[in-house]
Design a protein around this ligand. Structure first.
Ligand code: HT7
Ligand code: ZN
Length: 865
């Protein structure tokens, strides 16, 4: 297959001004009629070429005249019509089979309902169309179906509805905003409605409706509350008001991704919408809040202003992640939110950047765009916006955003044009900054300090270098904002002078390969607190000593760096152990420092919970070259055991003291207390004894919400044995009619680090509740197993073989989801030669399989290159 390249971009040959669709819905034989008013774009004599896949042609007519077979060509990917006038009406009719569509792309059925997923290229499986984001059209959609499909929904405003002969009914929807086809949506089926209203900043009343499985509307209350908060926040922080009179969200069980921002009709994976205390954890609540906000924010950053082509994906995704992270920071506390965001960035994006699939935030080529919904586009894309804001300041950032909304509303645009708005409002040349979009890889920054007590001068020397990535052997220096503050030996903030100005904190811009900066008036030998708030997405090496890290861990006012100091210390201790040189004195000292952190009355419980959790095994594997997952697991567990022993009394005290007495509330403070209580139990489980088993079992059985039930079950899993087996049975029996809860049951077993995990996981694939056509269930078991470092990387290679077999099986019906499973094998070069060879062999087997989808082929071959 030939790659698609950014440099090959050409404006569309034809524009589609209006699109009228008529859907006659039937599960196996849906008829789709399209009436498109089309205009030639510029002077040329090219034929009209529309995308269309898996469509059964019924008819094609131009200006009312049916075309003979000889007047048009239809192949597996396109409809081509030559010799057309400059403006004309194209009418087509096709038949499709939604029930047979297990790829969940285009129009398909989920739980007996019709629904759509059109981003990125699903619309072409519904009808012939210019399925590219720069063709914006005004849509009118008539949906007809049997009355048992009670709700008939599409984008925009409801214009008309009524009854048809033969037990059928219809609804007509009009979306006044021109949109690309990827934002089209249709849903039909039996759904309950949760309704609310919101008065916007200009006093307009908007109807808000969330549609869910019958009987589930109570579980949409938190999503509705999140939506209203997000709408108000976007008005207050970005000045953006909702534009239609109706905003709808629908939850579906079968969905390849988290959610989708279709104009006025968002479609959500039910796991990111439905919540009540009994069935959802605090993490579910947190995600619901952030994803509801994310999809809503797309209304301006994605729908009103969209991407010119798919290479510009970060234009909407990176920016919208930045917006949802800012919203969550305002809702839940900036420091804790930032720590969680950086943990995600490191776990997903840094590992992507260290492997063969490393790519720039704006890639230059692809085979299947579905493969580029990556952590680099999303998470690193958000980091780039965050740095831009740090570099130009809050006010100029808002001015630039306002200009962007004014200038590009109603258009499809590019990342260059986005950055140009900030260059225009600041008068700065942002050419160097733009390189962040084009260069792949994680810069490594070094910082060295020298302090002269006599002159009270501190000199900081910073350098940066980025290792080569596939296709980019040489790298340039990028403009990097490094936020810095100073502490004294007691952990107190030290003021200093920079260019004569007294400061507590400053941003040093590393704008080349190396830079030096001098601070004067530094009274005492400083502890340098650098890269505060993780001000740039880099790895940082400093000349700080362990004693400096302890000063920071005890009281760096920058909570990100306080947490980071603990992680750095833990990383060093675990890697010493993993390489056979345990530092027992250091481990005791670390345990004591954590004990002081736990006792700090001023600290937020959510922060303490983060402090207690050690760097993940995947995170540690990134730092160990070559990575030995077995050794990392053992070393990390040994440190956990030491902490559990040393902190036993504190942990038990907290576990009792944090027990919830009142009613469940999903707010951040309550969630933080539950997180801390569950973290104490998790750590206690590292020192297995009958007493701890009783504690975990009691925790599980007394739980009155899902967060605590999962906390108890997780601890029992770590402890193993009969108590765990019986809790697993109990959990299944209790929740077997709740698919979202049973996903958790599968996920937990996928994560089980004890020996024999693969056999159990394979056994679970034969469980009556396992269904590989449902992405949530598939990922719950398989992706969690592939992230289970100790067991997936079993030296026999059986874990790799199992994953490859699963990828090949799923590729037969859902290539997009199959491709997302390839990534755990992609990092084969980072592991010990024995493991790497076995991983590579499975990738080779996948790549050599006949009939592979483009999705899996692209990732497997790139991983091997
Ligand atoms: N913009 C949405 C992306 C998405 C998607 C992409 C590929 C295949 C299926 C998909 N479903 C949704 C979601 C978002 O980022 O907001
Ligand atoms: Zn998005």
């Amino acid at each position: 297959p030939q790659p698609i390249r950014l440099t090959d971009y050409r404006p569309p040959a034809f524009l589609i001004e209006t699109t009228e669709l008529v859907f006659a819905l039937e599960p196996n034989t849906t008829r789709v009629k399209a009436r498109l008013t089309i205009r030639r774009n510029g002077e040329h004599a090219e034929p009209l070429v529309l995308h269309g896949e898996r469509l059964k042609p019924i008819s094609v007519a131009v200006d009312g005249k049916l075309l003979a077979d000889s007047e048009r060509t239809i192949d597996a990917e396109y409809l081509t019509v030559p010799n057309l006038p400059d403006a004309f009406v194209l009418e087509t009719e096709v038949e499709i089979d939604p029930e047979a569509n297990k790829a969940l792309d285009g129009l398909y059925m989920s739980g007996g309902r019709f629904c759509t997923q059109c981003e990125a290229e699903g619309f072409r499986k519904i009808t012939w169309f210019a399925d590219r984001p720069d063709v914006l059209s005004r849509f009118t959609v008539r949906v007809e179906a049997d009355k048992k499909f009670h709700r008939l929904l599409s984008n925009g405003n409801l214009m008309e509805s009524g009854v048809l002969p033969g037990g059928r009914h219809y609804a007509v929807w009009n979306d006044p905003f021109p949109k690309p086809a990827y934002l089209f949506a249709l849903v039909a089926g039996e759904l309950d409605e949760l309704a609310d209203k919101l008065v916007t900043m200009t006093g307009r009343t908007v109807d808000l409706k969330i549609y869910v499985d019958p009987g589930m509307s109570d579980r949409a209350a938190y999503a509705m509350d999140s939506l209203k908060r997000a709408m108000k926040w976007d008005e207050e922080v970005f000045g953006r008001e909702y534009d239609l009179d109706l905003f709808m969200i629908v939850a579906v069980r079968d969905f390849n991704f988290g959610a989708m921002e279709n104009k006025g009709l968002n479609i959500f994976n039910s796991s990111l919408l439905l919540a009540d205390p009994a069935t959802a954890t605090d993490l579910d609540y947190e995600r619901i809040e952030s994803v509801v906000a994310h999809e809503y924010f797309h209304n301006w950053t994605g729908d009103r202003i969209t991407c010119r082509d798919w290479f510009q994906l970060c234009l909407k995704e990176g920016l919208t992640v930045f917006r949802d992270q800012s919203f969550s920071a305002d809702m839940r506390g900036a420091a804790v939110q930032r720590i969680k965001d950086v943990k995600t960035l490191r776990a997903r994006q840094f590992s992507e950047d260290q492997g063969p699939l490393s790519h720039p935030v704006r890639p230059g080529s692809y085979l299947k765009i579905d493969n580029f919904y990556t952590a680099t586009i999303y998470e690193k894309g958000a980091e780039v916006i965050r740095m831009l804001k740090t570099l130009i300041g809050d006010e100029k950032f808002r001015e630039g955003m306002d200009l962007y909304f004014d200038r590009w509303d109603g258009h499809a645009t590019t990342v260059e044009e986005f950055i140009r708005c900030f260059a225009d409002v600041t008068g700065e040349d942002l050419t160097d900054f733009f390189a962040w979009y084009e260069q792949a890889g994680t810069p490594n920054v070094t910082l060295k300090h020298s302090y002269d007590a006599d002159t009270r001068i501190l000199k900081l020397d910073l350098t940066q270098a980025t290792a080569p990535t596939p296709g980019q052997p040489t790298k340039r220096a990028l403009p990097l904002p490094v936020r810095i503050g100073l502490l004294d030996g007691e952990g107190r903030t030290q003021a200093f002078l920079r260019d004569g100005t007294a400061l507590d904190e400053t941003v040093v811009v590393l704008n080349g390969e190396a830079t030096s900066v001098t601070f004067t008036g530094v009274d005492a030998a400083p502890v340098v607190s650098a890269l505060r708030g993780f001000s740039a997405p880099v790895t940082l090496e400093t000349d700080a000593q362990a004693k400096d890290r302890y000063v920071q861990l005890a009281g760096d006012p920058d909570l990100f760096n306080r947490w980071e100091a603990g992680q750095d210390l833990a990383r060093a201790l675990i890697s010493s152990r993993a390489s056979g040189r345990p530092d027992e004195v250091g481990e005791e000292r670390y345990a004591e420092a954590l004990g002081r952190g736990l006792a700090d009355q001023a600290a937020d419980p959510a922060f303490k919970a983060l402090l207690l959790s050690l760097p993940s095994e995947a995170d540690l594997a990134l730092a160990m070259k070559p990575a030995d997952p077995g050794a990392i697991h053992e070393a990390r567990e040994a440190l956990r055991t030491r902490l559990a022993l040393h902190l036993e009394d504190d942990l038990k005290r907290l576990h009792i003291g944090l027990q919830e007495l009142g009613e469940f509330s999903p707010d951040a403070a309550s969630a933080g207390r539950r997180a801390l209580r569950n973290a104490t139990l998790d750590l206690l489980a590292a020192n297995p004894r009958a007493e701890v088993i009783t504690l975990a079992d009691g925790h599980y059985r007394a739980a009155i919400n899902m967060t605590d039930a999962m906390g108890g079950l997780n601890a029992l899993m770590l402890l193993g044995g009969e108590a765990f087996d019986s809790a697993l049975v109990d959990f299944y029996e209790r929740w077997k009619s709740e698919p979202l809860v049973i996903d958790k049951w599968f996920a937990l077993q996928g994560r089980d680090p004890s020996d024999g995990a693969l056999g159990r996981v394979m056994g679970l694939t034969a469980h009556p509740a396992f269904d590989q056509t449902n992405p949530n269930r598939l990922r719950a078991l398989i992706s969690n197993f592939a992230a289970n470092q100790a067991q997936f990387h079993d030296p026999s290679g059986s874990g790799y073989r199992f994953l490859a077999d699963t990828i090949l099986a799923v590729d037969g019906f859902n290539p997009m989801t199959a491709a997302r499973l390839v990534e755990p094998l992609g990092g084969w070069r980072r592991y010990t030669p024995e493991l790497g060879t076995l991983m590579k062999a499975e990738l080779q087997r996948i790549a050599a399989t006949e009939g592979l989808s483009k999705n899996v082929y692209e990732l497997a071959t790139k991983a091997l290159a």
